[in-house]
Write a protein that binds this ligand. Sequence first.
Ligand code: GLA
Length: 693
Amino acid sequence: MMNTYRIDDGRQTLVLATQSDRLPQVVYWGATLPQTEDLAAVAAAHMIDVTGGMLDENPDLSLCPEAARSFPGQVGLILSDADGRAILPQFSVTDVAQGQTLAFTSRDDNHGLTLTFTFKVDTHSNVITCQTTLAADTPVRLHWLAAPVLPAPQHAREMIDVSGRWCGEFQLNRTPWTAGLHMRENRTGRTGHEHFPGLLVPSAGATNTSGDCYGFHYGWSGGHKMIAEELQDGRRQVQWGNAPDTDSAPATQFETSPLYITYADNGLNGCGVSFQRHLRDNIVTWAAPNAPRPVHYNCWEAVYFDHQLPVLTDIADRAAALGAERFVLDDGWFGLRDDDTSSLADWVIDGRKYPDGLAPLITHVQSLGMTFGLWFEPEMINGNSDVYRAHPEWVLGACDQILGRQQKVLNMALPEVRDFLFDRIGAILGGNDISYIKWDHNRVLPQPDAAQTRGTYALLDRLRAAFPAVEIESCASGGGRIDYGILSRTQRVWLSDSNDALERLRIQHDAALFLPMAVTGSHVGPRVCHTSGRTIDITMRAWVAAQRHMGFEMDPRELDDRETQVLKDVTQWWKDNRNWMYHADILRLDSADPAVTAELQLAQTGAQFVVFAGKAATSAQISPRPLRLTGLDPQASYRISLRNRDDINPLSRGTTLLKEQDLTMSGTYLMNNGITLPWSFPERMWIVEGVRV
Ligand code: GLA
């Protein structure tokens, strides 16, 4: 007996089937099927043949492939009883509930286990949220539990996953599909620069703007495992779950984090836009949902640990004059923190630097029309701190563990640690007018531990409930903790410690496959970048920051008159445009020139757009190649203008029309021929604004 179920969101259809009472399997995932499609036929037609050297029937690639049913690849659940004896469960579906959420419940009576799968649809973003839970009648040890297991398309040749490093986040890796496993296992206990939990599976030939693409994101901050496996019979499966063996104690309830999936027929951008919208509109819990994103000033690269009130107030004056609306006081304000060797966990204002507390600085900042934000690194502790001396037992891991940035990690599973942090952070927030926290996490854990992540989530939830107006930025040496788990509790990410505009251009471009402008912090760095040593012109630095949630992080005392003027102009442009850009889709352009990294931000109404075309290097050919746009209405006309004509270089001697005048062209022309931009130096950016006429 076969039962079938379909999930539709207007763009994609997912068809699931149960054969007899066996676990459901996905028998179709892709473009919307006609409502009249015979699902029983879809399920039956999905069956592959059997020949020599195979079992007489192909084991199901179910939502949780089972060893007990002879599944020949990686199974979806690995567990043992409390004494460590392996359990090989075999589930039977007992209940299916189909409403807004499709839920399957199944049971293994022999082992007293209940397994459930849920699928939730969102027609706005076209992201399906799915999750697996396991309940046991008596405590069991969990080694691995996969979120609902999905098939990967056979017509894909490669997959794109994400790695990275400090100052080099969101590096896209293309790996060919081949027999066997491609596995990403993150044992750092933190989302990590090296393991952003995302995967795209494009069909052969797909580009940013065309072709089929399947997207996955696993929303967990404690380290994950991803399996992409091709079986001998050619079938492919994708599994996601928390890093194995990170729930160490026997228990009766387990759940995966949510897995976010989507299918698009318009290239990588289709998946990217879905993830951007889903994160911005469904995941992030905004403190003030419709308030414009304020321009930030962050003092880290201006003063580091050297906090002096007159210097900071001078910097605040200058930052406000440039257009900043939020002043964030970074590391160095607490304990005896003169460098990174001491004081983490001593969350008490340093009376040497701030004899009258933070109030004089906050009052000054507010008198300039800016709000005030403060840096914390709550989960961390230095050996050289009062808290460590009083509570060495609060530390996670071995006494002689290797330090990271001279620090250890507090054990967030301990309620007394969470209470302590809540009280200390709460006292600072309660005693001062602070509307923003930059929440840092500058080292990996000594060992992966799911309880640590849950402890952090609990503390964040408690602080958010007590201080609902306070927004939080997730930072971990830049982009080391970016995922939809942390982002359901925070409102911004510090994408990278690299303020090098060239590096940032690339990182932002690739991160846009998962992150919208609204959450992606981007700051104008110093003239000579502190992390790359590069000197980059202010126009490039300013425009790259204006692509995302804009801010400044240089010492404004270094700015000359020209730099000041450019920065003021670009910041004003950003303020004039941020409201529609907040809701815009970021579409990556397929630039014909590899030296150019370009994107188009398209207003939700389709009525306007802006193109950012960053020339990261010198081009091979002498003249710019036309840049094809995307996402426009082919029949509509658009008036386009070069926003930064002032940046035209005297070496550009030709008559490229955009240099002199605005153009009105059809969407068809703009998307097929593309726009012809003037010649420029490398390390420059063209900004083209478009309005539908
Ligand atoms: C991390 C962050 C930086 C800064 C420093 C402060 O490295 O990524 O932005 O806040 O910590 O110590």
